[in-house]
Design a protein around this ligand. Structure first.
Ligand SMILES: [Zn+2]
Length: 505
């Protein structure tokens, strides 16, 4: 049997324990890596050789085999450098045999330093899920990793530090879990937007119940700013969600800090399927997973590639996305709130107070057909975002309410949903058709309104259920248990906006 060091690998967010084993046999000097390594893992040998040499150590003499088990799981990235170096040092008796309850994660620099690598937080969290008691990671990653609670994290800066720690000449710093857990205020909130009360109301409903929204209006009326405000209305992420979202951002190579606030992603309309849904050689998460537990904003939705939008349907239904490529497979969570924005026509000024629309009826029709379709069927409501006049943007408009007012409303409505759904809190938008029908007992007025919408405006069965969910949220915002005709009427009006602005009404 050879010498072992332990590490972790991820398939999507699913963690697997990896045994890095080094066996040395007599024979001509040769070194090989087995166990489905990708190119980065195979190149690891060169980095490890240089790093060990810089610290004053060599490789074992003879035929060296490095095995990464389990063999059937594809190993990607440079995070195996450190466990390989540890196993090689132990095989030569330079350090004692590594502990079986400790994982090693990190890339090596040619100068013997231990460096951070893509996905380091996801891997460290994974080490906890695999049952490791402690995990040794690069010092560079200490700040973000200090929020991880599932495993004891120690940091190391170089091979020399590591060797000295095993000889009892130094202690590797242990991260005490950070108590700093206060979300920073988001850049945008409603205070910076005057007027637009109708759009603010719609966003408040969206934030309270986790619904999806379409905003239509001429260019430059603040649709993007409104969408950015949505994250300021959402409550900070729960600890489990913080781990999940931070892991996804670290795998996406986007992590600068631990994620406490719901994320916001706004991919450009030229985005490819791989960047939107996830993909690439290492099956990295895409925008829809980086928006997990937060907001995915698609500005100028009509300009997005049709095939990319089509592929959003499954994640919207299931809250996850499955990727596969050659031997690799990954499944990532993707439970995001979709906010789309569109101009009302190709020139953008149809229905505008300032400028006349120059589009022909057939141009408008073609454009609206691009907006309609299966994706919009999954959106709960639409709102018109008008141009606000200059005088109104300089001083508080009538009925202006502070951003705090909306935040409080959302908080109370979420508390009501938690109280109703018990130990596993479910947002109204996540309730199944059966659940929402059980929760909303319709009065006569509501039933009449819905029947009218079915017969006159062609409200579909899917639309019916979505209307009930939105009506439930509107009642929650009001603080009432009973859903009445007033709530259903507002929900229907918001839903009718979709049909109106996509030319189906
Ligand atoms: Zn136009």
């Amino acid at each position: 049997m050879g010498t072992q060091a332990l590490s972790v690998v991820l398939e999507g967010l699913r963690a697997r324990r990896v045994i890095v084993e080094v066996a040395v046999q007599r024979g001509l000097p040769n070194i090989s890596v087995v166990g489905l390594p990708d190119a980065a893992v195979r190149e690891s040998i060169d980095r490890v050789r240089a790093a060990l040499a810089a610290a004053g150590y060599g490789l074992p003499r003879g035929r060296v085999t490095i095995s990464l088990a389990p063999a059937e799981v594809r190993k990607t990235g440079s995070s195996f450098d450190l466990p390989i170096a540890v196993a090689l040092l132990a095989a030569q008796g330079e350090i004692p045999a590594p502990r079986p309850d400790q994982a090693y994660i990190g890339e090596l620099g040619l100068d013997g330093s231990v460096r951070t690598t893509r996905g380091i937080l996801a891997l460290t969290i994974a080490a906890g899920q695999c049952g490791f008691k402690s995990c040794i990671i690069p010092t560079q990653s200490a700040r973000a990793a200090s929020h991880i609670t599932s495993v004891r994290v120690k940091t190391v800066g170089s091979i020399s530090e590591l060797v000295e720690s095993t000889q009892g000449r130094r202690d590797l710093p242990s991260l005490s879990s950070s108590t700093e857990n206060t979300p920073r205020p988001t850049a945008q909130n409603f205070d910076s937007l005057q007027g637009l009360e109708e759009a603010k109301r719609a966003l408040t409903i969206v934030a309270a119940g986790g619904h999806h929204l379409l905003m239509v209006g001429p260019p430059g009326t603040g649709k993007t700013s409104l969408a950015q405000c949505l994250t300021s209305l959402l409550p900070p992420l729960e600890p489990t969600a913080q781990h999940e979202v931070s892991a996804l951002w670290s795998l996406g190579g986007q992590l600068t800090d631990w994620m406490i606030q719901p994320p916001f992603r706004a991919p450009h309309h030229s985005a490819s399927a791989a960047s939107m849904l996830g993909g690439g050689p290492q099956l990295q998460p895409g925008d829809i997973s980086l928006a997990h537990r937060g907001v995915l904003f698609l500005d100028e939705i009509a300009e997005f590639r049709r095939d990319v939008l089509e592929q959003l349907r499954q994640p919207l239904e299931e809250g996850t996305v499955r990727l596969s490529r050659a031997l690799a497979r990954a499944e990532y969570p993707a439970r995001f709130q979709l906010v789309c924005a569109a101009n009302p026509c190709p020139c953008g000024f149809r229905g505008d107070s300032l400028k006349a629309c120059t589009c022909s009826p057939s141009q408008v029709e073609r454009y609206q057909q691009r907006l309609s379709g299966p994706l919009l069927d999954r959106i709960d409501m639409a709102v018109w975002v008008p141009r606000t006049s200059l005088s109104r943007t300089n001083q508080p408009s009538q009925g202006f309410r502070s951003a705090d007012y909306y935040v409080r409303q959302v908080r109370n409505a979420r508390a009501a949903q938690r109280a109703r759904t018990g130990p596993k809190p479910t947002l109204n938008s996540e309730l199944s058709a059966v659940q929402i029908r059980a929760q909303v007992r319709l009065d006569l007025q509501s039933r009449t309104l819905l029947a009218q919408a079915e017969s006159k405006s062609g409200l579909s069965p899917r639309g019916f259920v979505r209307t009930l969910r939105v009506a439930r949220t509107i009642a929650d915002l009001e603080g009432t248990q009973k859903v009445t005709g007033v709530h259903v009427a507002e929900a229907l009006q918001l839903r009718a906006g979709i049909q109106h602005w996509t030319g189906q009404g």
